[in-house]
Design a protein around this ligand. Structure first.
Ligand code: TMP
Ligand code: MG
Length: 212
């Protein structure tokens, strides 16, 4: 393909680290620089599966922890065909949360091991770059209160952070930790630089499969 494929760039991190703001800013900046780029987010609440997840997060409905884990993964799988097609066409995808949130959140619950959690997402398109927006619990607290959705409380978020730390040890994945305590503008500029470098590096390389 003439221009090469697009890059799959994921933003992960704790609540209030600025993932959604930075993902939006990155897509806008890439488009303004003449690249083709699209924003995705998981959970994508607009599908049938996504609405079920939304109801669970808003505590309107109870679901077994295993079942909801598989629904989060299914919500990613239902987007794989279109993700692959866009990447093939040279569109870079910036994704606000991915399988790493899936594994980090479920494995923070009692009696879930990392290996079981990873299985449901094994084989998804492998990100070319995973940006972990790092913010201490103190700095996160200074940014305001938690919302009222399920999982939005400090003891649970602490456990999620520990799970993320385990996942980040995997050397076959291209994790980059970013200091999310910086200003929106400074962080954005750093993210844009690493994103463009990655886009250049992967354009002629095949897309990988996650955890396979
Ligand atoms: P959001 O606030 O980014 O929309 O995410 C909603 C919540 O869902 C957030 O607490 C993280 C959690 N989550 C999972 O538990 N599993 C997943 O696979 C994803 C993508 C998010
Ligand atoms: Mg949220």
């Amino acid at each position: 393909m003439a221009g090469g494929r697009g890059a799959l760039i994921v933003l992960e991190g704790m609540d209030r680290a600025g993932k959604s703001t930075q993902s939006r800013r990155l897509v806008q900046a890439l488009q303004a620089a003449g690249h083709r780029a699209d924003l995705l987010r998981f959970p994508e609440r607009s599908t049938e599966i996504g609405r079920l997840i939304g109801a669970y997060l808003q505590r309107e409905r109870e679901l077994d922890d295993h079942a909801v884990h598989l629904l989060f993964a299914a919500n990613r799988w239902e987007h794989v065909t279109s993700m692959k097609e866009k990447l093939r066409q040279g569109i870079t995808l910036v994704v606000d949360r991915y399988a790493f949130s899936g594994v980090a959140f479920t494995s923070a619950k009692e009696n879930f091991c990392l290996e079981w959690c990873k299985q449901a997402d094994a084989g998804l398109p492998k990100p070319d770059l995973i940006l972990f927006l790092q913010l201490s619990p103190e700095e996160a607290a200074a940014r305001g209160n938690f919302g009222s959705e399920r999982y939005e409380n400090s003891p649970f978020q602490e456990k999620v952070l520990q799970s993320f730390r385990h996942l980040m040890k995997e050397k076959t994945l291209n994790w980059k930790t970013m200091d999310a305590s910086k200003s929106i503008e400074d962080l954005h500029n750093e993210i844009k630089t690493v994103a463009e470098k990655t886009m250049q590096e992967v354009k002629d390389k095949p897309l990988g499969e996650l955890w396979k």
